[in-house]
Design a protein around this ligand. Structure first.
Ligand code: BG6
Length: 524
C-alpha cells in the first residue's frame, strides 16, 4: 500500500484495523502506531469540568492523530434534555478551546458523526435501557462490535448506582468476542474502608481486568520517563540508594485555588486529593525495584511492593504539616482565602496544603526520608521529583571556596517546564578554586520535535486498546490509603489549622518539619 493509502495494524484485541491516512503523522515514523479497535466510549459526567477541559479534547486529539478507528463512537449520558446536536456543540466548543492539536474540519466532521447523547438520571433503569438500545444501534450502523468503555467522570457517590444500572441493563455482560470496560476517576474512596467497599461494588459487576482506575499523573510523559531514566540507563542505578541519596523531595505546587470545586474539595483536602494518588505514585516509581518487564503485572507488583514498605514516623505532629490558604496577592491579582471561597463553610478545617515525611523500610532506602508536599495558591505551578545526594565525604578545598556549594541533585521536572536537571559543583572561572552549584539541563522541547500528548490522550487510548500498565490496581490504592489514613485521622483531631499567604510558599509548619531534620524545601 502506498504512503497515502490506509495502513493496517494488529491491535491488542487481535484485530486488524484500518487507519485512515493522517497527513499529520510524520511519514518517516516507521513504528506502527498503537490504534484502538472498533468501540464506543460512553461518558458519564459530560457536563463536568474534566470532560470539557480534558476528555473531549483528548478524544479529538486521538482522532486527529489517526488513533481511533473509523467507526469510533462517543455517547454522552447526563441529566439534560439535550439532543445529539446539543452534545456535539458542547464537544465542538471544548475541542476548539482546549484541544492540543490543530483543529481540522474533516477530522471533526468525521468524529462528530459518531457523537450521540442519551438523556437520563442515574436512578432511572429506563434511561439505561435506552442507553443499551442506542449502543446496539451503533454496533449495527457504525460497526462498533459490542465493545464498550464506560467512563465514570462523576461524583464517587454515584459509582455504585451507575455500575449496578449497567449490570441490570445487561451492559456489563460481554457478548461473544466483545469487551466491556469501566473507567473510574479518582478519588477511589475517601479512606481505606470506603476504598474496599467501592472495589467490592465494582467487582460485583466487572472483573478486575475490565476495571481501569485513572490516576492521570501516570499518563504524563514526564512521569513515565521516570521509568525510562531509571531502567533504560546504567549510570543512575548504582547511586540510587541509601549509600548516596540523602533525601527525596516530591512536590506538586499549584498557583490556582479550588475554583468552582468547593463541593468536591471541602472535606477531601490536599492529602486525599493529591498525596494519596499522584504523589504516592510518583514516590512508587522513584523508589521501586526494577520490574522485569513493562507488563502491567510486573510494574504494578513492584509499585505495590515498595508502597507496602512505606512507613510514616510515629509522631505525626512532627512528620506532617498542613495549612489553608489565606487571602493574598497572586500574579498581581488580589485573591480570596479558602474560607471566603463560595460554598466553603466559614469554619472549615479542610487543608489546601499538606506535607508528610515518609520512610521506606527496605534495604535500598532505609534511613532516607521522602518528603512529599502539595498545595494550592502557592507562588507558582511546579511538579517535580528531586533526589538530593549526600555531600562529598571530604572536600580538598578551603571552606570559603565551597561556601556556595550545595548538595548534588537530580531533579525530574514533571511540569510545566518538562525535563531533567542535574545540579553539581563546578569551578568558578578565575584564579581561586571557588566551587559553586551549576545546572545541567535536559529539556523535552529541545531534544524532541514531537510535543507531548496530554495525559488523558494516552490513558484513554490505553483503555480502548485494553493496555493496563499505567493504571493503578486496587492493591496500590489500598496501600496508599493505609499510609494516609493515620495522617488524616491525626489532623481531624486538631482544632486549628495554619493559614498561609496566597502566592507564598506554604505554612511555616512545613518549613519547621524540614528544619527539624536540618533540611529545607527546594525553593518554589
Ligand atoms: C487533580 C486534582 O487530580 O489534579 C486537582 O483533583 C488538581 O485538585 C489536579 O488541580 C492537577 O492536575 P495537573 O495535571 O494540572 O497537575
Amino acid at each position: 500500500m502506498g504512503r497515502n493509502g490506509p495502513r493496517h495494524d494488529a491491535g491488542r484485541e487481535g484485530r486488524h484495523v484500518t487507519i485512515a491516512h493522517n497527513p499529520l503523522r510524520d511519514p518517516r515514523d516507521k513504528r506502527l502506531p498503537r490504534v484502538a479497535g472498533p468501540c464506543v466510549l460512553v461518558l458519564f459526567g459530560v457536563t463536568g469540568d474534566l470532560s470539557r477541559k480534558k476528555l473531549l479534547p483528548a478524544i479529538y486529539d486521538l482522532a486527529n492523530r489517526g488513533l481511533l478507528p473509523p467507526g469510533f463512537s462517543l455517547v454522552g449520558f447526563a441529566r439534560r434534555a439535550w439532543e445529539h446536536e446539543d452534545f456535539r456543540q458542547i464537544a465542538y466548543d471544548s475541542v476548539k478551546q482546549y484541544a492540543r492539536t490543530p483543529f481540522r474540519e474533516d477530522v471533526w466532521r468525521h468524529l462528530a458523526e459518531g457523537i450521540h447523547f442519551v438523556p437520563g438520571e442515574f436512578s432511572d433503569p429506563g434511561a439505561f435501557e435506552a442507553l443499551a438500545m442506542a449502543l446496539k444501534e451503533l454496533d449495527q450502523t457504525r460497526g462498533t462490535g459490542g465493545n464498550y468503555a464506560f467512563y465514570l467522570s462523576i461524583p464517587p457517590k454515584f459509582f455504585p448506582q451507575v455500575v449496578e444500572q449497567l449490570q441490570s441493563a445487561g451492559l456489563a455482560d460481554r457478548s461473544e468476542g466483545a469487551w466491556r470496560r469501566v473507567v473510574i476517576e479518582k478519588p477511589f474512596g475517601h479512606d481505606l474502608a470506603s476504598a474496599i467497599e467501592l472495589n467490592d461494588t465494582v467487582h460485583r459487576v466487572f472483573p478486575e481486568e475490565s476495571i481501569f482506575r485513572i490516576d492521570h499523573y501516570l499518563g504524563k510523559e514526564t512521569v513515565q520517563n521516570i521509568l525510562a531514566l531509571r531502567f533504560a540507563n546504567e549510570m543512575f542505578e548504582p547511586i540510587w540508594n541509601r549509600s548516596y541519596v540523602d533525601h527525596v523531595q516530591i512536590t506538586m505546587a499549584e498557583d490556582i485555588g479550588i475554583g468552582g470545586r468547593a463541593g468536591y474539595y471541602d472535606g477531601i483536602g490536599a492529602a486525599r486529593d493529591v498525596i494519596q494518588n499522584h504523589l504516592l505514585q510518583l514516590l512508587a516509581l522513584t523508589a521501586m525495584e526494577p520490574p522485569t518487564s513493562f507488563s502491567a503485572e510486573a510494574v504494578r507488583a513492584e509499585k505495590a511492593k515498595v508502597l507496602s514498605a512505606v512507613r510514616i514516623p510515629s509522631d505525626l505532629s512532627l512528620a506532617t504539616a498542613r495549612g489553608q490558604y489565606a487571602a493574598g496577592w497572586q500574579g498581581g491579582v488580589k485573591v480570596r482565602g479558602y474560607l471566603e471561597e463560595e460554598g466553603i463553610p466559614a469554619d472549615s478545617r479542610t487543608e489546601t496544603y499538606a506535607a508528610v515525611k515518609l520512610e521506606i523500610g527496605n534495604r535500598r532506602w532505609a534511613g532516607v526520608p521522602f518528603y512529599l508536599r502539595t498545595g494550592k495558591r502557592l507562588s507558582r505551578r511546579v511538579t517535580e521529583v528531586a533526589v538530593l545526594f549526600q555531600r562529598a565525604p571530604h572536600l580538598p578545598f578551603s571552606e570559603t571556596d565551597t561556601e556556595e556549594l550545595g548538595q548534588n541533585a537530580l531533579v525530574i521536572r514533571v511540569q510545566p517546564d518538562e525535563g531533567i536537571t542535574v545540579r553539581f559543583g563546578s569551578k568558578v572561572p578565575g584564579s581561586s578554586m571557588e566551587v559553586r552549584d551549576v545546572n545541567m539541563d535536559f529539556a523535552y522541547g529541545e531534544s524532541f520535535t514531537e510535543s507531548s500528548p496530554e495525559a488523558y490522550e494516552r490513558l484513554l487510548l490505553d483503555v480502548l486498546i485494553g493496555d493496563p500498565p499505567l493504571f493503578p490496581r486496587q492493591e496500590e490504592v489500598e496501600l496508599s490509603w493505609r499510609i494516609l489514613d493515620p495522617v488524616v485521622e491525626h489532623w481531624s483531631r486538631q482544632r486549628r489549622i495554619d493559614q498561609y499567604k496566597s502566592g507564598g510558599y506554604g505554612p511555616d509548619s512545613a518549613d519547621e518539619l524540614m528544619a527539624r531534620d536540618g533540611r529545607a524545601w527546594r525553593r518554589l
